[in-house]
Design a protein. Structure first.
Length: 131
């Protein structure tokens, strides 16, 4: 089975720049997780779902922001659900793309070819990422 992908070999300078960008993104995401935990984790409501944890996770070359919801109601179908809220993709030219998870379960690209600071600022300030 043939693939349409193309392998791109990075120079040592490009690889170092990519690693620095990803490290910068991870540091910023740690700060966002800390802020969101303080802001959104409250006293649980037994009738409704509530945010019990905020975390981030790497998967391949993407950085995901996740929220964990707990459901304490005896009528609940599931007791806990982890929801991916935001995804930052890293491109070859050291720019980023930010996507949000829609209610349909599909990712929607919000911006592409932006700096990591722009993507982090959008996650921090746009209400779609605030549970």
């Amino acid at each position: 089975m043939a693939t349409n992908g193309v392998w791109v070999r990075l120079t040592p300078e490009e690889a170092a720049a990519e690693k620095a960008l990803k490290q910068k993104a991870e540091t910023a995401m740690k700060l966002i997780v800390k802020e969101f935990k303080e802001k959104f984790i409250r006293e649980p409501d037994p009738e409704y779902g509530y945010i019990s944890d905020v975390s981030y996770k790497w998967s391949r070359d993407s950085l995901y922001l996740e929220q964990t919801y707990n459901y304490d109601s005896p009528k609940a179908i599931m007791k806990q659900q982890v929801v991916k809220v935001a995804r930052i993709d890293f491109y070859v030219d050291n720019t980023c793309g930010l996507s949000c998870m829609r209610h349909t379960g599909k990712w929607m690209l919000m911006c592409s070819g932006e700096t990591i600071e722009t993507c982090i600022d959008l996650i921090r300030n746009h209400p779609i990422f605030h549970g």
